[in-house]
Write a protein that binds this ligand. Structure first.
Ligand code: GLA
Length: 446
C-alpha cells in the first residue's frame, strides 16, 4: 500500500502536491546486454527510490543503492551505466493531471498513469473510476479497452457504474435491509425491491480527493473519500482509499482500504466494463474466451439475490473452469439462472484462500490477441455480461452501447452477505482495516 504522501520517502520526486500538472520519469524499455527485464527493473527501482536531490545526486545514490544488487546479480559497472543511460533517455513513464469538467458543480480531475510498455490508465476523481485504459494488441496497436462517458456529467445523469469504485455495498442487499448487533438498518432500494451498489448516491457518485501522485515504476495515484455516518442508511463514518498503480509489467493494481468508527458492513469493488477489442470498435465480447478459477457459483432468485446455495458449475452454462467462448451459452434459456440474469450476472466462489492474491479470471480476445488476467484477494467475483446495456447510452468514442458490448468482473464479498450467515462476512469493526486488492495483468496471445 502506498500511504498518502509516501511517508517512507518524503522527498521523493514522484510525491507531488496539489497544483502539479505534468511530470516525466523514466523507465526501461528493452532487455540489455543479457540482463533480464526484471534485473533492470530492480536496478532502476532502486535508482528511482533515491530522494529528489537533483539528477546528479540521484545518479550517485542510485548507483550506490544498486551496487548491492549488482553483486547479487553479477552485473558489471559498465552494464549498469548503460542501463541507467538508456533509462534516462528511454521512453517516458508519465503521470499527468488534467481537468475533466464538473459533476454537480464540483471540479473533476483525471490522473493519467503511463508506463514504458505502452499501457496507460486514466483515473477519474468522480467515483475514483477508471475512465480509460489503453493496452496494445498482439501487433503493438493500442486501444482503449474500457467503456466510459466523454463527460463527467454523464456519469451522474446515466449511471451504469462504468469503471467506478462502487460501495459502500457493491452488488445487492435483499430488500435493502440487514441486522447488525441486534439493530435493523434500512438502506435505499434502487433495484426493484433490493439495494444495489450503495444506493442512489453511492461512493461512485462523489468526487474523491487526490491524496498523492507518484511517478516511476509503478506510477500511482491515491484517492480518498470519507462517507459520513448514516450515509445511505449505513452506520459508521467510513474512510476509504483507492490506490491505482501501473507497473512496467503491464499490471494495473487497484487496492481499496477502509476503516470505520462504528461496526458496519461494506463491499467495495471496481466496476470496469471491459471489451478487449476496444471501446471504439464494433465487436461485442461474445467472442471473448473466459476462464473463471471457480468450481462453484452462488445461484440467485428472480431479483438476483443469492439463495444461499453454492452450486457446482459442472455441467452448467456457468462452467468456465476451462476457457469458453462467452457467447456460446449466454442465451441458454433452458437454464433458469441464465434467464434470471438475462445472461451472466452471477457471483463465483473463487478457488483458494480469500485474503491472499490469487487468480480469479482470465479473458482473451482471440481477434486482437489481448489477454487480461484478474487476480484478487476477494472471496468472490461477479461476472456480468453487460445485460442491461440497452442502446440508450453513447460512449466516449461516440458508439452506442448495446447488450453484450462489455463484461464486468467485480471482485467482491458475496452479494447479500449481511443477510447470509453462511457467506464470508462483510462486517468491519472499528480498529480493523478492510482491504480488497485486484490486479489486472495485460499480455497478448499469438
Ligand atoms: C452489476 C449488477 C448488474 C447491474 C450492473 C450495473 O454487475 O450485478 O445486475 O446492476 O451492476 O448495471
Amino acid at each position: 500500500m502506498q500511504e498518502p504522501g509516501d511517508a517512507a520517502h518524503p522527498g521523493h520526486r514522484g510525491s507531488l502536491g496539489n497544483g502539479f500538472h505534468g511530470m516525466v520519469a523514466s523507465s526501461p524499455r528493452i532487455p540489455l546486454w543479457g540482463l533480464s527485464r526484471e534485473a533492470i527493473g530492480d536496478i532502476l527501482s532502486e535508482y528511482l527510490r533515491g530522494p529528489g536531490l537533483g539528477v546528479g545526486r540521484l545518479w550517485i545514490i542510485g548507483i550506490q543503492r544498486s551496487l548491492l544488487l549488482m553483486r547479487k546479480q553479477q552485473v558489471n559497472v559498465g552494464t549498469l551505466l548503460v542501463a541507467l543511460t538508456m533509462a534516462t533517455a528511454g521512453e517516458a513513464a508519465e503521470v499527468k493531471r488534467m481537468d475533466f469538467g464538473k459533476a454537480d458543480g464540483v471540479p473533476v480531475e483525471i490522473v493519467e498513469l503511463t508506463n514504458g510498455s505502452g499501457v496507460s490508465a486514466k483515473i477519474m476523481t468522480l467515483g475514483a473510476s477508471i475512465h480509460s485504459l489503453n493496452v496494445p494488441d498482439r501487433n503493438g496497436k493500442s486501444a482503449d479497452i474500457v467503456l466510459g462517458y466523454a463527460t463527467a456529467a454523464e456519469y451522474l445523469a446515466k449511471p451504469q457504474y462504468f469503471g467506478a469504485t462502487v460501495g459502500r455495498y457493491a452488488n445487492r442487499i435483499r430488500n435493502g435491509q440487514f441486522e447488525l448487533d441486534g439493530k435493523r438498518y434500512k438502506l435505499e432500494t434502487n433495484d426493484g425491491p433490493n439495494h444495489l451498489h450503495g444506493g442512489l448516491r453511492g461512493i461512485d457518485k462523489v468526487v474523491w480527493k487526490i491524496d498523492s501522485v507518484k511517478a516511476g515504476s509503478p506510477a500511482s495515484v491515491v484517492l480518498s473519500h470519507v462517507s459520513p455516518d448514516g450515509q445511505g442508511g449505513y452506520p459508521g463514518t467510513l474512510k476509504v482509499t483507492a490506490t491505482y498503480s501501473l507497473s512496467d509489467k503491464n499490471e494495473l493494481t487497484v487496492e481499496y482500504r477502509a476503516t470505520t468508527d462504528k461496526p458496519t458492513v461494506l463491499n467495495i469493488t471496481n466496476h470496469s466494463y471491459f471489451n478487449l477489442a476496444g471501446d471504439a470498435g464494433s465487436s461485442d465480447i461474445l467472442g471473448h474466451r473466459l476462464t473463471v478459477f471457480a468450481d462453484a457459483y452462488t445461484p440467485v432468485d428472480s431479483t438476483l439475490i443469492p439463495t444461499g446455495e453454492r452450486r457446482n458449475v459442472a455441467g452448467t452454462p456457468f462452467d468456465f473452469r476451462e476457457a469458453q467462448t462467452i457467447g456460446l451459452r449466454v442465451r441458454d434459456g433452458r437454464d433458469e439462472q441464465i434467464r434470471f440474469g438475462r445472461g451472466y450476472d452471477h457471483n463465483y466462489v473463487i478457488r483458494g484462500q480469500a485474503g491472499t492474491l490469487r487468480p480469479a479470471a482470465r479473458v482473451e480476445d482471440p481477434a486482437s490477441g489481448r489477454v487480461m488476467e484478474l487476480l484478487t484477494t476477494a472471496p468472490g467475483v461477479q461476472f456480468y455480461s453487460g445485460n442491461f446495456l440497452d442502446g440508450t447510452t453513447v460512449g466516449k468514442a461516440g458508439r452506442i452501447y448495446r447488450q453484450g458490448d462489455a463484461l464486468c468482473l467485480e471482485p467482491q464479498v458475496f452479494p447479500d452477505s449481511p443477510n447470509q450467515p453462511d457467506f464470508p462476512t462483510a462486517r468491519l469493526d472499528p480498529g480493523q482495516t478492510y482491504t480488497n486488492t485486484m490486479v489486472y495483468r495485460f499480455s497478448t496471445s499469438r
